[in-house]
Design a protein around this ligand. Structure first.
Ligand SMILES: Nc1ncnc2c1ncn2[C@@H]1O[C@H](COP(=O)(O)OP(=O)(O)OP(=O)(O)O)[C@@H](O)[C@H]1O
Ligand SMILES: [Mg+2]
Length: 401
């Protein structure tokens, strides 16, 4: 009986199953190494929802800690919209990381010999730190942020080469003028006051619209960031992922099954985990056959539809009215299409509802005019849409049955 799937749909991937992103890793680590000579580096990682930003961040934190001897700090800022909460959590997380490393624990103790009550060791083995200073002190730390960080750094600088801070999902803060101004002045202050003595890399992470929103409220802020983009994985990376994952679980994969799983994953990390997981649970004999793969992919397609698509979009895509047009649109999972090309493949009945169809899909935010594609060109707003539509049309054509 199977007990443990190696796949982690929806959660950052464990380091041993991480694949791809080689150029981005090299580039970001290059900046992190450069920062160990004493300069603040600011990197902005941009990518669509679910494309693998947090997984890359977790992998980089691991590399920075193990290979580069930096203090790695990861902070998920999901629902945070207040600057002071960001600062409180950041300091709390830095303290927790210092406390976690056996090498640094003595520093921690001496650092806080007569520590105030608002810093406490919590958690199972007292490994986590809770940091809840009074409001006025937090305000002071926010105002003097470079000094605060420098103070922490000076305590550990003979044991570490620098600090690598991940600020994941800064979505909520990206519309805050206060945050944008504060960050810009933090960078300026560090450059002026501590040139050569601030070996810290900050990796901020957000969706493409987050970058745009920050750029519009504080145009000079985006100039301090080095921008790194991530997109789909390559097919050979997806294959490497399936090999590693099934190998880890002691399961063999037949060649045709592998081809199907790679093809249907379409380079999207979310899909490869959903497909892998469904196929893993479907298999009964420790060998993934073509049949296992097909059946698993169908289960995964259903999960994608219900888990990741907006319910209104899901219903529209599955509605009787538009289904046959969608099947024609979904012959291949193209990210964009021309109205004219699609129309030429429709029958008389389909043509009657075609204008409505386009309007509805635009209203729902599934497609948007593709300016680069010229007149009458549309593109999907999310890569999952064309892939899902394609999966559904393959199901219809019985390629998956
Ligand atoms: N390089 C990778 N190798 C293997 N699996 C990956 C990789 N990148 C992402 N994944 C998997 O893809 C899914 C989405 O990844 P992740 O959560 O890192 O994306 P994200 O861009 O941070 O998403 P969100 O926008 O929702 O925060 C997860 O199931 C994760 O395990
Ligand atoms: Mg994420």
């Amino acid at each position: 009986m199977k007990e443990n799937s190696p796949f982690t749909p929806g959660n950052p991937v464990p380091v041993e199953l991480f694949v791809g992103r080689v150029t981005q890793i090299e580039e970001i680590l290059k900046y992190a190494k450069q920062s160990t000579h004493g300069r603040l580096e600011n990197v902005f990682l941009v990518g669509e929802r679910g494309i693998g930003k947090s997984s890359l961040a977790a992998f980089l934190k691991y590399m920075a800690t193990i290979k580069e001897n930096l203090l790695g700090v990861y902070l998920s800022l999901g629902g945070i919209i207040e600057l002071e909460e960001l600062i409180r959590r950041l300091i709390e997380q830095i303290l927790t990381e210092i406390n976690k490393e056996r090498d640094l624990q003595d520093r921690f103790v001496s650092f806080f010999k007569d520590r105030p009550k608002y810093i406490r060791q919590v958690g199972l083995f007292g490994l986590s730190i809770s940091f809840n200073p009074p409001k006025n002190e937090l305000e002071y730390m926010a105002r003097n942020f470079p000094e605060t960080i420098k103070g922490l750094w000076d305590k550990i600088k003979d044991r570490k080469k620098g600090v690598f801070v991940v600020l994941d999902d800064i979505n909520g803060l990206s519309r805050s003028q206060e945050f944008a101004n504060w960050y810009k002045s933090f960078v300026d202050n560090v450059t002026i006051k501590y040139s050569g003595g601030f070996p810290i890399t900050i990796l901020a992470i957000g969706l493409p619209e987050v970058r745009d929103s920050l750029a519009s409220i504080q145009p000079s802020l985006m100039r301090v960031f080095r921008i790194i983009n991530i997109d789909k994985l390559e097919n050979k990376e997806v294959e490497e992922f399936f090999k590693k994952a099934f190998d880890n679980a002691g399961i063999k994969v037949r060649e045709k099954a592998m081809k199907l799983m790679v093809e249907f994953s379409s380079g999207l990390p979310i899909l490869m985990h959903e497909i892998g997981d469904a196929v893993f649970w479907r298999d009964e004999d420790g060998v993934i056959s073509e049949e296992d793969a097909r059946k698993g992919i169908l289960v995964a397609a259903d999960r994608i539809g219900t888990k990741y698509l907006d319910p209104k979009v899901y219903r529209a895509i599955r509605s009787e009215r538009y289904r046959s047009i969608l099947r024609k649109l979904g012959e291949k999972p193209f990210l964009s299409f021309k109205k004219r090309d699609l129309e030429s493949r429709l029958n008389a009945n389909e043509r009657k509802v075609f204008t409505n169809f386009l309007r509805k899909m635009r209203e729902l935010g599934v497609i948007t005019p593709d300016i680069e594609g010229g007149r009458g060109a549309y593109k999907f707003t999310n890569r999952l849409y064309p892939v899902y539509i394609w999966m559904e049309s393959q199901r219809f054509r019985k390629k998956l049955k």
